[in-house]
Design a protein around this ligand. Sequence first.
Ligand code: NZQ
Ligand code: ZN
Length: 380
Amino acid sequence: MENFSFQNPVKLIMGKGTIASLKDEIPSDKKIMITFGGGSVKKNGVYDQVKAALSGHNTIEFWGIEPNPAIETLRKAIALGKEEKVDFLLAVGGGSVIDGTKLISAGLKYEGDAWDLVLKGASYDCVPLGTVLTLPATGSEMNNGAVISRHETKEKFAFYSKYPVFSILDPEVTYSLPAHQIACGLADTFVHVMEQYLTKTGQSRVMDRWAEGILQTLIEIAPKIRENQQDYTLMSDFMLSATMGLNGFIALGVEQDWATHMIGHELTALHGLTHGETLAMVLPGTMSVLREQKGDKIIQFGERVMGVSSGLRESRINETIKRTEEFFRSLGLRTRLSEAGIGTETIDEIERRFNERHVHFGEDSLVDGATAKKILTQVL
Ligand code: NZQ
Ligand code: ZN
């Protein structure tokens, strides 16, 4: 185990009817800007619950934070927030609304263009932020990360700011999610765990088993959710798995990968694919190309999570990768680039971008442009 220091300050409020607790979580003297996506919250009653809870507060609204939140939209929110002297932000939505609002929270304290902050990678001088989560997937409700896109240049980069002060998770709000978003949320959660787990064996028994527990939970609940997404217990397990998958708890003292995510972000930036689906495409390729470095852990994962417990080393690794891809397909996701009309031109562009940026992703810094090309070619 590596040394670490850990502090996650987010107050998690989970359960039926908890949106009403907003009135006690935000001081009544605050000028609040509530941020939303494209309007799903008006159809499923979340908007009404938020407005009722904050009826005694001073609020303004900002609408239209799109999936894969874009700097072009967020600049408008920052301008409005400055004009209105906003001193508290409430994000109501999925990872995109929460991520976008994290950049707004830093942008409100910054004089220049907020894209500078994205390029810098972090900014911790922020207006406080609370969240009401409507889509289990990103873990953004309990971490300090965000991923911001820029349409003009087709770029998408990670950015770090302060953690939310609180996050409200009512599983009933997920009942209205489209099936594709549920599939992408399950895949995203699965791959978050894999990025923190599928490195080397023997670093921490506790972290390994915690990660395996989340993976097993996802595999168990996924087909049941497809049958009935209005089951409170199932959706609670999904929601908590997503939060626990990326709030730092399963990463204590162990190496992390994140190469699959970095390649996935390029696929979204260039082709607009939904985040979770890009990961379903890339992860089997990462496992296959890095089988030498990750082999022991792939075998452990195969045995403990995927039920692959016999055979020679190579065939166990192959079978485990095959079952991983099958899991994503069972969610209804595409796992091959060609299914999305993506070909070698995109692979070459991603190789070019990685080389230009001199990046080396992954626990052993092995994923540069050339390796990314191999990974993507594997899943063409
Ligand atoms: O915009 P609205 O109308 O609200 O509709 C949204 C959106 O169209 C809809 N939706 C959300 N909750 C709903 C609902 N529809 C019906 N009922 C509900 N309860 O779902 C669509 C997708 O929402 P979005 O927020 O884009 O999805 P997600 O939560 O998967 O977020 C994806 C973004 O998060 C980033 C991704 O890269 C992507 O930009 N990530 C953020 C991370 C982080 N902050 O730590 C880590 C992740 O790896 C990820 O990269
Ligand atoms: Zn993700």
